[in-house]
Write a protein that binds this ligand. Structure first.
Ligand code: FMN
Length: 169
């Protein structure tokens, strides 16, 4: 069985594309992919490590599919599990709530007892405010395919290099 469960939601495909690229980079034998619109609590519970991905939509919110899955997700004890988060956002149009949804997933996973990894520097982004910034860093990998699409692949590579060993235990 795979070690890492990657749970994502996506409205227009950017978060899904990144999810698929992560599977490709780490290998299908290592990561199993779940769209949260079709996932269950048991799917989450069976992994020792999780990657959670969501765009920020609405007014600094999770994508609808994640909103619907969140109560189910919150019912899973994540004690002993390692969790890394990534999020898609748009720093130019939503610079006052850039990638805020990562904070929602971060707070939930923390409250469920998970060990959170994968914080990411705010250098190279231009935004005024983000709930996903804690102690000067994003709580996960912030990606912006609306304005910095050409940086996504190298950011994903660098972030995976940073979190890979801890996720694989
Ligand atoms: C209606 C709408 C609201 C959005 N709100 C935010 C926001 O509050 N913060 C942010 O960083 N990005 C926001 N975005 C940008 C999206 O997060 C971004 O386009 C993302 O890549 C979409 O991911 P997806 O293709 O996986 O759905 C918004 C986009 C739309 C269309």
């Amino acid at each position: 069985m795979s070690t890492i469960g990657l749970f994502y939601g996506s409205e227009t495909g950017n978060t899904r594309k990144v999810a698929k690229s992560i599977v490709k980079k780490l290998g299908e034998d290592v990561v199993e992919l779940f769209n949260v619109s079709k996932a269950s609590a048991d799917d989450v519970a069976k992994f020792s490590a999780l990657i959670l991905g969501s765009p920020t939509l609405g007014d600094g919110e999770l994508v609808d599919s994640w909103k619907e899955f969140l109560p189910t997700f919150k019912g899973v004890d994540l004690t002993g599990k390692t969790v890394a988060i990534y999020g898609l956002g748009d720093q130019e149009s939503y610079g006052h709530e850039f990638c805020d949804a990562m904070a929602i997933l971060f707070e939930a996973a923390k409250a469920q007892g998970a060990t959170l990894i994968g914080s990411w520097p705010t250098d190279d982004y231009e935004f005024s405010k983000s709930k996903a910034v804690v102690d000067g860093e994003f709580v996960g990998l912030a990606l912006d395919n609306d304005n910095q699409k050409d940086m996504t692949d190298e950011r994903v590579d660098a972030w995976l290099e940073q979190v890979k060993d801890a996720l694989l235990g």
